[in-house]
Ligand binder design. Structure first.
Ligand code: GRF
Length: 192
C-alpha cells in the first residue's frame, strides 16, 4: 500500500510539483493525496489543481493570533484524508510543539542549506556573505525548533566564483527537486 501524503505549501510549489511527479511513477511508495496551503494566493494551489490533486486552503489569517486553532483545522483536514506522512514544501508558518509532537517522525521538511548551517530565511545570500565553498539542501524530520530535527538526506552544492543569490538558488533548487522525492521514498519505505 502506498503511504498517504499531504504536501503543505505557502508559495509557488516547485518542490510540491517534484513530489507529485515522482509519486506518479508506479513503483513509488507514496501518493500525494492533498495539497494544503495557508495562503489563498499560493501559486502551488493552481499547479496542484492542474495536476489533478485535491487541494485545501486553511488560511491562517482566519484564526487571528490563535496558532493552535489554525493547527487544529489543519490537523482535522489531515485526519479526514487519512494522511500518514506530511511534507512541508515552502510552508512559511511556524508550527507549535503541539502540532510537531502530534506528527513527530511523520513530518518532513526541505531546507535550502546544509543544516545545521543557515537555518531560517535568505540562506543563499547568507551563504554567499559567509564565503562558504559548499552550500546545499537538506531534508529532515521536523523538530520543535525551526529548521531542526534529524537529517534524512542532504546534498552539497559547490559555490562558484561569481555566483549571485539567484544563480546559487537556482542550482540548489535543482538539487532540492531531486532530493525531496528521494527522502520521501526513504521515509515511506520505512528506511529512515
Ligand atoms: C525551497 O527553497 C525550500 O527549500 C524552502 O522554500 C522554498 C520553496 O520553494 N523551504 P517551492 O515553493 O517549493 O518552489
Amino acid at each position: 500500500m502506498k503511504k498517504r501524503v499531504a504536501v503543505l505549501i505557502s508559495g509557488r510549489g516547485s518542490n510540491m510539483t517534484a513530489l507529485i511527479e515522482a509519486a506518479r511513477t508506479q513503483d513509488y511508495p507514496a501518493e500525494i493525496v492533498v495539497v494544503v496551503s495557508n495562503r489563498p494566493q499560493a501559486l502551488g494551489l493552481v499547479r496542484a489543481r492542474e495536476a489533478g490533486i485535491a487541494t485545501a486552503l486553511i488560511d491562517h489569517k482566519m484564526f487571528g493570533k490563535d496558532r493552535e486553532a489554525f493547527e487544529r483545522a489543519l490537523d482535522a483536514e489531515l485526519q479526514a484524508k487519512r494522511i500518514e506522512i506530511v511534507c512541508l514544501a515552502g510552508f512559511m508558518r511556524l508550527l507549535t510543539p503541539w502540532f510537531v509532537n502530534r506528527w513527530s517522525g511523520r513530518m518532513i521538511n526541505i531546507h535550502p542549506a546544509l543544516l545545521p548551517q543557515f537555518k531560517g530565511l535568505d540562506t543563499h545570500r547568507r551563504a554567499l556573505e559567509a564565503g562558504v565553498k559548499q552550500h546545499g539542501a537538506t531534508v529532515h524530520f521536523v523538530g520543535v525548533e525551526m529548521d531542526d530535527g534529524p537529517v534524512i538526506v542532504q546534498e552539497p552544492v559547490a559555490v562558484r566564483e561569481g555566483d549571485t543569490e539567484a544563480t546559487l538558488a537556482a542550482r540548489v533548487l535543482e538539487v532540492e527537486h531531486r532530493l525531496y522525492p528521494q527522502a520521501l521514498r526513504m521515509v515511506a519505505e520505512g528506511r529512515k
